[in-house]
Design a protein around this ligand. Sequence first.
Ligand code: KG4
Ligand code: ZN
Length: 331
Amino acid sequence: MNFVAIETSCDETSIALFSDNHLKYHTVYSQIPFHTRYGGVVPEIASRKHSEEISKIISDAKVKDISAVGFTRGPGLKGSLLIGKIAAHTISNYFNAKLIGINHLEGHLLSTEIDNDKIVKKLRFPLISLIASGGHSELWYVSGYGRYKLIGETRDDACGEAFDKVAKVMKLGYPGGPIIDKLSRQSVKTELKFTVPDVMDSYDYSFSGIKTQVAYYVRNLKKISKKKKIEIASAFEEAICLSLIKKLELAAIKYKVNDVVVCGGVSANSRLRELLLDKFNKIGIRVSLPDKRYTSDNAAMIGACMLRRFELGKFKNSVKLDPDLKIGSWI
Ligand code: KG4
Ligand code: ZN
């Protein structure tokens, strides 16, 4: 079975072609250079760039003989999602192929199953998944494909958002996550510490406080040297990573799972990966992470999710866009 997946939820325009579980073609066009100067994604620019690029990436993909087309129906930016949906709708009409709406966050979870150019059954259930991206910081108990229960989420900013805002305060550029990651790796000795307040008696997160702490700290510095930037970046990154891991560990213990999965843009973070492996190895819990190239938004992960739905033959075939779409069970 040949099928196509399209992802346009934020600032990446991406298409993937599959033949069964083989990823035959994949391209991601990133709009980052067009948003950098604004320090974040500008929705109007995002939808315009999607509409400029989408025909080109579809034509380059040389789509043929397909029986299904999937696209991200949410969560994401309304105008960006709409471009993907229109494109998918057009392809589906042209090829008389089934049209399928996919949840972007489920895509992130399933990105863990992309092994080079194949989708491989890797997830072992039950598991706890931390989805850590620019818009979400959520902990899910996952008992099987399509079986979800939300157990924690951020009360304010998402962790990726905190990376982006802190980078903006330090005038480092956008997106902040990869820049802070790179800076922190040049580690210098520092006593500097930032803290993430604990949301007591829950698996929820809160990242807006640390962003404000860093902003005040930076504001009080007359000049900010390269060394100081490295110190701030690594102290901030360390605090965020420890907070993400702490709740994940508590949830894994409470729900007695042997597996945890961390996915979404922030799961590319080197320090987070290092700390996760270290912590969970010690307590005998297996950690799965997507290959780094599939951590940020891409269409291959949308295709990975489509594939699991086909296999189970159970999907609510909703194609309605929903910018605030929540993960919901489909089994
Ligand atoms: O999943 P994603 O590509 O898009 C959303 O669905 O939001 O995540 C983007 C977020 C951005 O906030 C970006 O700064 C963050 O992921 N990010 C990182 C790293 N790479 C991307 N955060 C920390 N370390 C990284 N290496
Ligand atoms: Zn994403």
